[in-house]
Design a protein around this ligand. Sequence first.
Ligand code: FMN
Length: 203
Amino acid sequence: MKQIVVVSGSHRLGSQSLKVSKVFRASLMERGSVSDVSILDLASKPLPLWGMDEAQGQISQVDLTELKNKIAAASGFVIVCPEWHGMVPAALKNFFLHFSGGELAHKPALLTSVSSSIGGAYPISELRASSYKNSRICYLPEHLIVRNVESVLNENSALNNGNHNLLMERLVFCVDLLIEYVDAFERIRNAEIFSTKRFKNGM
Ligand SMILES: Cc1cc2nc3c(=O)[nH]c(=O)nc-3n(C[C@H](O)[C@H](O)[C@H](O)COP(=O)(O)O)c2cc1C
């Protein structure tokens, strides 16, 4: 049975990214082959800045060993990233600093960006360019950009605009694809080459 982790990359409490993450969780939970879907909300469960310790004021509110085990046990991910000043928020970059030791390696992940207007392309581009080298996370070629986020994917349908249904259809399509990738990548991780420890980091 598959375990999926949805990472909500905003570090604002009650963010739109968290709203979108919950829609993904609900859609994933509808699949019979998925046993567990958890949301890692980087706002309510902030990770300490990697490399800094308590003497520098970084007291972890999260059991990092427990989280590491959870991520290592997952077979797929949805990364939900808001666009902040055309960038990926620091908390999400920090997530990749914490988990580039093999926990994400050779596992499929669906990228989703969130914008309150018509943005959303920059974080997709940034994550595709820079977050996979040592984490070895494998992004699906398909991704989702949630534009005008306040007007779609709301529980209260009165708040949704005319784009909601098409976006929802696309979200379900992306989830269907992710599940297929999760199944296929299982075989890759079981291959002998996967146990090669020769090259610790990517080039
Ligand atoms: C610091 C900051 C910078 C932002 N910059 C952008 C931007 O460059 N492009 C954009 O489309 N939206 C931008 N937004 C709006 C976000 O897209 C919007 O807040 C959206 O709800 C996603 O963020 P959230 O998940 O934190 O709610 C910015 C928001 C914040 C807080």
